[in-house]
Design a binder for this molecule. Structure first.
Ligand SMILES: *Cc1c(COP(=O)(O)O)cnc(C)c1O
Length: 384
C-alpha cells in the first residue's frame, strides 16, 4: 500500500480515537465495503432514517438488502428513536445512525435497542466530523462509522470516504475485501479529481458575488463542478467499477485538511452559536435546543421556513448562500422512490422537513458578517 494512504488512515483513526481506518473513493463506497464486511445480503433489512440521500441507500440495494425507513424527530432531523423498535423484524441486520447536519443521534437509546435485539449499529458521520455525544466522538459508538469528503462535507478532498472501527475482526474483513475486490481509479478519474479540487478552491463558498453564486449553481446543475454522482446512480444498479480505492491525491489533500481540523471545528462552533443568538434575538427559535448531551459540530445550520422555494430563488439572486437538503426523503428530488422501497407518506415528518428546511453556511469561509447578512435575509420569511 502507498505510504501516504497508510499515513492518512492512521492519522484519521487517531483523530477519532478508533483503532483502524480504511479509505475509499467515496463515502458511499465506504458504506458498501462496510455492509459487505458485515455480511449483509439478500433478504436482510437495514434500518435508516427516511431523510437521507439516495447515494446512501444504493449500497444497501447493491448487496441485495432492503432499506427500512424510520421517520425523523422534527427538532434534530435525526431518526426518531421512539419509532425504532416497531421497525425491527427478525430480518433486521443493521441500523444506520445518521448524524444529520452534524447533530448527534440519541446513541444511548439506539445502542440499547440494538443490543437487546442483537443488531449491529453503524454510524453515518458523513455530515458529522468531530461531533460528540456525552463527551465521546460520534463514529465510535457503533461497530463502525463512515465519513465522506465530497465537496459539501465537513472538509473536502473532492471526493473521498473513510470507515473507522475498533473491531479487529471487522477490520480484517474490510482489509481482505479491499485486497481482493477493490479496483483503482483510472488516470482520467484522478485527473478529473485534480481539476475538481482546483475549481473547488476557486469557486466554493461563492457567497461573495451574485454572479459567482449563479455561475456555481449553473455549473453544478450541469454536472461540471465536482459532479459527485452520475445519472446511473439514481437507480439501484451497481456499476462494475463502483468499489474503488482512494487515490493518493485525495489522501494528500485529506492529511493537509486534517491538520487544520481543530480550526475548522472551532469556526463551525463559533458561527453556529452566532446563528443561535441572532435567531433567538429575532424570536426565531433555534432549530435545535437540547444541546446538553450533544456537542455538535454542524456542517450546515438548518432552519425551517414556510416559503422555501421563494427563499431559494431570492437567495440565488441576492448572493446568499442558502442550502437545501434534503429535498425529498431520499435526496435528490429526481429519485424514483419506489425502486428504493419508499412510498410517499411513510415518513411524514421527513417529508415535512424536506418541504421546509433550508440551511445556512458554517464552512471555514463563512464570516460573522456573512452570518449576520444570512440571518437578516432568512428572517424576512416566515418561521415554520
Ligand atoms: C454525502 C453523504 C453520503 C455519501 O457520501 P459520498 O462521498 O457522496 O458517497 C452518505 N450519507 C450522508 C448523510 C451524506 O451526506
Amino acid at each position: 500500500m502507498e505510504k501516504i494512504i497508510e499515513e492518512y488512515q492512521q492519522k484519521f483513526a487517531r483523530f477519532l480515537g478508533a483503532e483502524r481506518a480504511f479509505v475509499f473513493w467515496k463515502g458511499r463506497v465506504a458504506l458498501y465495503a462496510l455492509l459487505r464486511a458485515l455480511d449483509v445480503g439478500q433478504d436482510d433489512e437495514v434500518i435508516l432514517p427516511g431523510y437521507t440521500c439516495v447515494m446512501n441507500v444504493n449500497p444497501i440495494k447493491y448487496v441485495g438488502a432492503r432499506p427500512v425507513y424510520v421517520d425523523i424527530e422534527p427538532d434534530t432531523f435525526n431518526m426518531n428513536v421512539n419509532l425504532l423498535e416497531e421497525k425491527i423484524t427478525n430480518k433486521t441486520k443493521v441500523i444506520i445512525a445518521q448524524h444529520t447536519y452534524g447533530y448527534p443521534c440519541e446513541m444511548d437509546t439506539i445502542m440499547k435497542i440494538a443490543q437487546s435485539s442483537g443488531i449491529c449499529v453503524i454510524e453515518d458521520c458523513c455530515l458529522a466530523l468531530g461531533s460528540k455525544y456525552k463527551g465521546r466522538m460520534v463514529g465510535t459508538f457503533g461497530r463502525a462509522g463512515y465519513f465522506s469528503f465530497q465537496w459539501n462535507k465537513p472538509y473536502t478532498t473532492g471526493l473521498g470516504g473513510i470507515v473507522i472501527t475498533s473491531d479487529r475482526e471487522l477490520a480484517g474483513r474490510i482489509e481482505s475485501l479491499a485486497t481482493n475486490e477493490m479496483c483503482c481509479p483510472s488516470n482520467r478519474e484522478v485527473f478529473m479529481l485534480r481539476m475538481q479540487l482546483i475549481i473547488y478552491r476557486l469557486f466554493i463558498y461563492p457567497g461573495t458575488t451574485a454572479l459567482a453564486q449563479s455561475l456555481f449553481r449553473y455549473l453544478t446543475k450541469k454536472g461540471a463542478v465536482i459532479g459527485s454522482s452520475s445519472t446511473s446512480e439514481f437507480e439501484p444498479v451497481k456499476a462494475d467499477d463502483f468499489f474503488k480505492a482512494m487515490s493518493t491525491v485525495q489522501a494528500r489533500s485529506g492529511i493537509r485538511q486534517l491538520g487544520k481540523i481543530e480550526k475548522n471545528i472551532a469556526h463551525r462552533r463559533k458561527i453556529m452559536q452566532l446563528y443561535d443568538e441572532l435567531l433567538v434575538d429575532r424570536d426565531w427559535k433555534p432549530s435545535k435546543d437540547s444541546r446538553k448531551l450533544a456537542e455538535p459540530v454542524m456542517v450546515r445550520y438548518p432552519v425551517r421556513i414556510a416559503e422555501k422555494e421563494e427563499a431559494l430563488a431570492q437567495a440565488a439572486k441576492a448572493g446568499i448562500e442558502l442550502g437545501s437538503w434534503f429535498e425529498c426523503p431520499l435526496h435528490p428530488i429526481e429519485t424514483p422512490l419506489a425502486s428504493y422501497d419508499y412510498e410517499l407518506g411513510m415518513c411524514p415528518e421527513a417529508e415535512k422537513a424536506a418541504r421546509e428546511a433550508v440551511n445556512l453556511p458554517l464552512h471555514p469561509r463563512t464570516s460573522e458578517k456573512t452570518a449576520v447578512k444570512t440571518v437578516e435575509f432568512i428572517t424576512g420569511f416566515t418561521y415554520s
